[in-house]
Ligand binder design. Structure first.
Ligand code: M6R
Length: 591
């Protein structure tokens, strides 16, 4: 949540920071702002609204300066207003701060600062930071020393950047449990929540560990540990696939990322077979295996659980990451915890994983984003390798997670290569699903755009796909939707079915077909509008979304794709922006 960026170098800073804000917008898009140092002045402009609107409204492109910081906000403390937008300043407007995360003890700090004569102008937790820096600078500290001195006073998780007229020409920053990464290109220095913000300028990056401090000047970049001792760091090369963030000719990232799924499996299977075999053995040997994840990643984990049981004969449990702490008592050194997270930043997961590690568990993570906090915490990381996903709604990363679970489960029976070959051959089936259903889905979305409630049902391995289809629709279209095992419908939810209620029935022609259809019939008898998602025609479908025939365990990967497309088209028909759904952000770094 929230994206921060800083630039210091030879070039005009503001265009670089503005460009970065657009690339960081997936992290939060309710407000945006910028602070720039120019000719002895600290210029600050900010407002509520999407990045492009704020840039236009405040004419931000005209701001001068070679040192600047910027912010895109996802509100946690304080309403979405101009005064709560970042950057925040000290009493004299001489210090500016952008922050991602939450300062949990901000109330106590604020009270102390107010007692000391400081004046606050926002409701945010962040504003304590510039005031604390102000005191340190007044005592004669350098900017980096000020950051080193105040960081231990802040509780919670954060990454922040600060600039000041009192120590101009530099940006200082630090982080704890939130990402901060530095990019270097000759005399130009960048620092951001995500390398994607500057990956068009450089692929040379350096990461900060928790509590380390960085200072950028036109002369270079320096790192310090929490005691202020200088650190020597080597730059690394950023993975090429992570640098790409263009929509190409698509109207939205979500649509592009749905379409990317026709090729993504080729990349996913580029894994080290030995690592998979060893990881699979660790899972098989463990006394208990717990998969922890949130949202779409949790639905992928539910498919994973099914695959582990069906293929590897290994039972495991899936625990929602925000609830994991309440189950942690049974975790010990004979436990394998598999954390699944596109971003590797989700606070609920990070907390659970830390507790599990403390209890002695082995932590294996499945992550997309490189250089994440979760990766640092894990004993073993498997990357999705599917490139950056920008739209808030997970699509290609969900498919990639399913594919990785498929590979892992077949590695349990030493069939990695056969599983890879099957995944590669699925590319063409995914293309077929998209091609043959596109016009049907457009028509369907027009027809159903004003419906208020959707139900998605399926059985067995496809139950999680029903839940994922419903989540996609909720996220991007703001329509109530529920996914459930088909057999559960009659245990309560059937009471909600009225004439015309859309029920999406995922019923591939496998062993679940007849039973799922019986449940669909129960809904149809109450007037439901049945959308059959299947490779087999059924009399009771009002609309039919066609699936290709594939192996039973591969159906989730072909069935989810049209459901993503349906959600996308419903969003478009309802006038919603599918890339930036209201109230949401891609990385959920708060609990
Ligand atoms: O980055 P993560 O996979 O840990 O994120 C988990 C959820 O926040 C995420 O899957 C969310 O549900 C998506 N927006 C779903 O489209």
């Amino acid at each position: 949540m929230c994206g921060i960026i800083g630039y210091c170098g030879q070039k005009p800073a503001v265009p670089i920071v503005l460009d970065a804000l657009k690339r960081l917008e997936y992290r939060g898009y309710d407000s945006a702002g910028i602070a720039s140092l120019s000719d002895g002045e600290l210029l600050i402009r900010k407002d509520a609204g999407k990045v492009d609107d704020v840039i236009r409204k405040l004419n931000l492109a005209s701001l001068p300066g070679n040192v600047a910081i910027g912010h895109t906000r996802w509100a946690t403390h304080g309403a979405v207003t101009q005064s709560n937008a970042h950057p925040h300043t000290d009493c004299g407007g001489r210090v500016a701060v952008v922050h991602n995360g939450i300062v949990e003890n901000n109330r106590q700090l604020r009270q102390g600062l107010i007692a000391g004569g400081h004046k606050f102008t926002s409701e945010t937790d962040t504003e304590v930071i510039p005031h604390l820096v102000e005191d340190e600078l007044r005592n004669g500290c350098s900017l980096e020393q000020a950051v080193l001195n105040i960081a231990p006073k802040l509780e919670g998780s954060y990454a922040f950047l600060v600039i000041s007229l009192g120590d101009p020409g530099k940006i200082a920053g630090t982080r704890r449990n939130n990402p901060l990464i530095v990019g270097i290109n000759g005399p130009d220095y960048y620092v951001s929540s995500d390398a994607l913000a500057f990956s068009q300028y450089t692929n040379q990056v350096m990461s900060l560990e928790d509590n380390e401090v960085v200072v950028l000047t036109r002369e270079g970049v320096e790192f310090f540990d929490a005691r202020g001792c200088k650190l020597v760091k080597q730059a690394r090369k950023l993975d090429h696939s992570w640098a790409e963030s263009s929509k190409d000719s698509y109207q939205h990232f979500m649509l592009k990322e749905i379409m990317d799924q026709t090729q993504v499996l080729d990349q996913i299977v580029r894994q080290d077979e030995k690592t998979f075999t060893e990881t699979a053995l660790d899972i098989l040997r463990a006394r208990q295996v717990i998969i922890t994840a949130c949202g779409s990643s949790r639905y992928a984990a539910l498919v994973g659980r099914y695959l582990f049981s069906k293929v590897g004969k290994k039972f495991c449990d899936v625990v929602m990451a925000s609830e994991f702490g309440y189950f942690a008592d049974s975790v010990d050194k004979n436990t394998v915890v598999i954390a699944v997270s596109q971003s590797g930043e989700t606070a609920d997961i990070i907390d659970g994983v830390k507790a599990a590690k403390d209890a002695g568990a082995q932590v294996i993570s499945i992550i997309n984003r490189p250089n994440s906090i979760l990766a640092d915490l894990s004993h073993q990381v498997i990357y999705l390798n599917c490139g950056a996903e920008i739209a808030v709604a997970a699509t290609k990363t969900f498919l990639s997670q399913l594919a990785l679970f498929y590979l892992l489960s077949f590695s349990m029976i030493n069939d990695f290569n056969e599983a890879s070959a099957k995944l590669i051959s699925l590319n063409s089936e995914i293309s077929k699903v998209l091609d043959c259903n596109k016009s049907e889905l457009i028509t369907l979305s027009q027809k159903l755009k004003d419906k208020n409630d959707f139900y998605y049902i399926a059985r067995g391995i496809n139950f999680a796909i029903a839940s994922e289809g419903a989540l996609k629709l909720k996220e991007v279209s703001y329509v109530h939707a529920e996914g459930m095992p088909a057999g559960e419908l009659k245990h309560g939810t059937l009471a909600l079915i009225e004439p015309g209620t859309p029920v999406v029935v995922i019923c591939p022609a496998d062993y679940t077909f007849n039973e799922t259809l019986s449940n669909a019939m129960e809904a149809k008898s109450r007037g439901a509008y049945i959308i059959g998602v299947s490779d087999k025609e059924g009399d009771l479908y009002d609309s039919w979304v066609r699936l290709p025939q594939v192996d039973e365990l591969l159906y989730p990967m072909v069935a989810v794709v049209p459901l993503q497309l349906l959600a996308y088209y419903v969003a478009i028909n309802r006038g919603c922006d599918p890339d930036k759904p209201r109230n949401l952000a891609k990385s959920v770094t708060v609990k």
